[in-house]
Design a protein around this ligand. Structure first.
Ligand code: HEM
Length: 445
């Protein structure tokens, strides 16, 4: 064969065996962004022994996630997934194939439907109102609150209510997606078993109840789908949803607050919009369609601080030529949306600036059709929880911004606010965001 027509994409020279791992550093999305400026938007490297392709422009992302989506819809056998309690039986890390397709269908048609998003709206409002009440106490005393912690707690509560119908004595999920999970998996398994048993008992006693929380939905599917879904599967899916829902939504809120604290002009504008649209009552999700500036602020935050800057790794299932380059079978595909959000060809020159007005007059949205902004991915593997996540993010943000003014603690100014990141599948702030609330308006609670 003529080798010239079957060349790999350009990339840094690898060292034998350890390949280019050493180049990635503490913040791989940033190192890979720098490398892509030198080698281009389709870049090849070996991470350990794994052939890896890094994609860093909207046009290239479209080739991988839309034009040839069917070839790149699998997942590598992730170390993270092996550490989890149920191996690859969940959704996020399982390989492309009939098993994944069935579970994905269940998630989309039964668990994460618009109907479900709406159904839980009253629950979300109540949980956020409770948070507002406790913040009122802090506001009165003018104490510093750990906003990162409080936001995470309210989102954990909402997620537990949605999945299990309860939020008390919940399992501590703090360890997140890392090796420690293996050691905690027995405790976790016991917890999930207890909850399932409780639901089975309840179902037996009250035959007629509707399928409300996720466990109830899954139990009735287990009955109707016979063999294709067992308890292990149910536990694996529930765990996936827990992990996918909590860190992501809290991280978006934390970064939005951080940028608003650094940009008082934008903060004032958001609060004015809330005052005009909502007035002296609490925000309701039915207000969202009129909060267009808030919407732009969330988009701008996710452009600069994508929660999952490298999405979840994809894997190719066959050899394929893309844009004149050979992509070997079983390559790991990393879509660097952190780099895409900063691509000057897509966003003009001021890409590092937080400037929500850039979205005025555009139709760019989150649905994955506009490849310059894909914080939820795009195509077959895109996030099935997008609507649920956006509802949570918008409500918590809007309510906290409507009810309170926020100040940085003494010694911190908008200019020197620490913005360090901590890398993982999700990239939150390295240090919690500490703020002082002051009650803003006489809201009728
Ligand atoms: C604002 C919040 C959220 C963001 C930014 C987000 C983002 C993402 C991203 C980037 C992916 C990977 C896409 C890819 O690999 O191409 C993903 C996958 C996934 N997300 Fe989300 N997500 C959010 C909230 C949620 C919520 C609330 C749920 C569930 C209740 C959820 C469930 C999932 C699942 C199950 C997957 C795996 C899909 C698959 O592999 O087929 N996410 N999400």
């Amino acid at each position: 064969k003529h080798t010239g027509s079957r060349r790999l994409p350009p990339g840094p020279m690898g060292l034998p065996v350890i390949g280019n791992l050493y180049k990635l550093g503490d913040l791989p999305h940033r190192s890979l962004h720098r490398l892509s400026k030198k080698y281009g938007s389709i870049m090849f490297m070996r991470l350990g022994l794994v052939p890896t392709v890094v994609v860093s422009s909207p046009q290239a992302a479209e080739l991988f996630l839309k034009t040839h989506d069917d070839v790149f819809a699998s997942r590598p056998n992730a170390q993270a997934a092996e550490c989890l309690a149920y191996g690859n039986k969940g959704l996020a890390f399982s390989r492309y194939g009939p098993y994944w397709r069935n579970i994905r269908k269940i998630c989309i048609l039964e668990l994460l439907t618009n109907h479900k998003v709406e159904y839980f709206s009253a629950m979300r409002k109540e949980e956020v109102s409770n948070l507002v009440k406790s913040l009122r106490v802090a506001a009165k005393a003018q104490t510093v609150v750990d906003l990162s912690f409080m936001v995470r707690s309210v989102i954990e509560d909402m997620t537990f209510l949605m999945l299990f119908g309860r939020k008390d004595d919940r399992f501590d999920f703090k360890p997140g997606l890392n090796r420690r999970f293996k050691t905690t998996s027995k405790v976790l398994d016991k917890y999930l078993e207890e909850i399932i048993e409780e639901h089975v008992r309840d179902a037996r006693e009250t035959r007629a109840t509707k399928n409300i929380d996720f466990i109830q939905v899954m139990l009735s599917l287990m009955e109707s789908q016979n063999d294709s879904l067992d308890r292990e599967n149910v536990k694996a899916i529930i765990l996936d949803v827990l992990l996918a829902a909590i860190d992501t939504s809290s991280t978006v809120i934390e970064w939005t607050f951080s940028e608003l604290m650094r940009h008082p002009r934008v903060m004032n504008h958001v609060q004015e919009e809330l005052q005009n649209v909502v007035g002296n009552r609490l925000v309701d999700e039915s207000d969202f369609s009129k909060l267009s500036y808030l919407d732009m602020v969330v988009k701008e935050t996710m452009r600069l601080h994508p929660v999952a800057p490298l999405l979840i790794p994809h894997e190719s299932t066959e050899e394929i030529m893309i844009d004149g380059y050979l992509i070997p079978k079983k390559s790991r595909i990393i879509i660097n949306i952190f780099a895409i959000g900063r691509d000057p060809n897509a966003w003009s020159e001021n890409t590092e600036e937080f400037y929500p007005e850039r979205f005025i007059g555009t139709n760019i949205d989150f649905r994955g059709r506009d490849f310059q902004l894909i914080p939820f991915g795009s195509g077959r593997r895109s996030c099935p929880g997008m609507q649920m996540g956006l509802a949570v993010v918008r409500l918590v943000l809007a309510q906290l911004l409507h009810c309170f003014n926020w100040e940085l603690p003494e010694g911190t100014s908008p200019k020197n606010l620490d913005m360090s990141e901590k890398f993982g599948l999700a990239v939150p702030r390295a240090n919690h965001l500490l703020l002082i609330p002051t009650s803003r308006n006489a809201v009728n609670e």
